[in-house]
Design a protein around this ligand. Sequence first.
Ligand SMILES: [Zn+2]
Ligand SMILES: [Zn+2]
Length: 411
Amino acid sequence: MKVRVLKGSHQIGGCITEIISDKGTRILIDFGEDLPDDNKELRKENPNIDGLTMGKKKYDAVFITHSHGDHIGLIHYILDDIPVYVEEMSKIIYTLQSVFTYKDIRFQTIDMHFEEPIVIKDMVVTPYMVDHSSYHSSMLLIEADGKRVLHTGDFRNHGYSGDTFENALQKINHVDMIITEGTCLSRKKKKNETEKHLMKRAKKAFQKYDQVFILQSSTNIDRLKGFYELSKETGKTFIMDIFTSNLVAKLHDKEIPNPYDLDDVYTWITGKYRRKKIEFQQEYVIPFKKRSKQKSYVNKKYCLLVKASMLETFKKLFQKNYIDNACLIYSMWDGYKEKEEMKTFLEEVKKYGVKEIIDYHTSGHADLKTIQLLNELHASKVIPIHTTNPKKLINVLNNTILIEDNDIIEV
Ligand SMILES: [Zn+2]
Ligand SMILES: [Zn+2]
């Protein structure tokens, strides 16, 4: 087997990895957008890869590790005759995101299921569930020519499902090569705070304020569960924005709070969605109307999930006197604060009675101690990707080799 990192040896996000068997079976792992830098939007343009997005097909399959845009966001450019495998829940998430944001994109994928091997000619690919800030993320084990390669995707072990990482390592047992993400290699923190500990700190804000607004990624289900529990503990009504409501309803997991099945979860429907086309409303708005009544926040003690596009909501609640002792919890990657829409939002909410903006966030990525656990797989070659500081991996994992994009590495 041979491995070539088309993109991602020196950048976080937008990583593309190619694996080729000796007989010429060729797969690609992840095909997403570059993350924003210098305040630019995600780079969504077609990267024009021969045999993948143009010309005659050269790839036998594409595998996607999870639903974050920097891993899946370009799949609609892939040639129609190349199968694209995505874990079934990740597909649900990405499909919904596309409906709510990019609207115009169409894509077709094949469902993959954890620990069910997929055979591509002489290659076998098996996804393992792993903890990350995106629900149902996968690590991929690729086997061919008597060799085994592990592509970690994005991962961590400090979330509520942290044990999935070590469970996967135990099951995988040994590999010849590891291709690992190294997001945290360029960050100073040695150990990441657990989701559980984060919620312990956030509890203070829930106790101090009657109205708690939360700015978080909807697909960060661990965080969502944590804030729901804090709401219950502090006697607040839990209200989700319409996108998150649809998302959790579709995931249909008893462990995840959702306004469709639970009496104590409500939906906030902004005017923008009430004005959408009737087909959209029928599918995504009307099912939640019964749980969007004002009685949900009439006691003025509530926790509301918001997006940077929801300033109108603050204005409305403030004018109606529903904000009188409020804070906003910023629970996302700091980098998003550089975006214009976010800057404006964080400035403007203060005009509508938000007394304090508090940062409560922990990384979706593995700290160095966690990455070190990969040594248990005794790989003879380790390649860092999804990092701006690959050199640092030398001190963390045995047999690390430093590569440039497009280098061909024999497994
Ligand atoms: Zn990523
Ligand atoms: Zn990710």
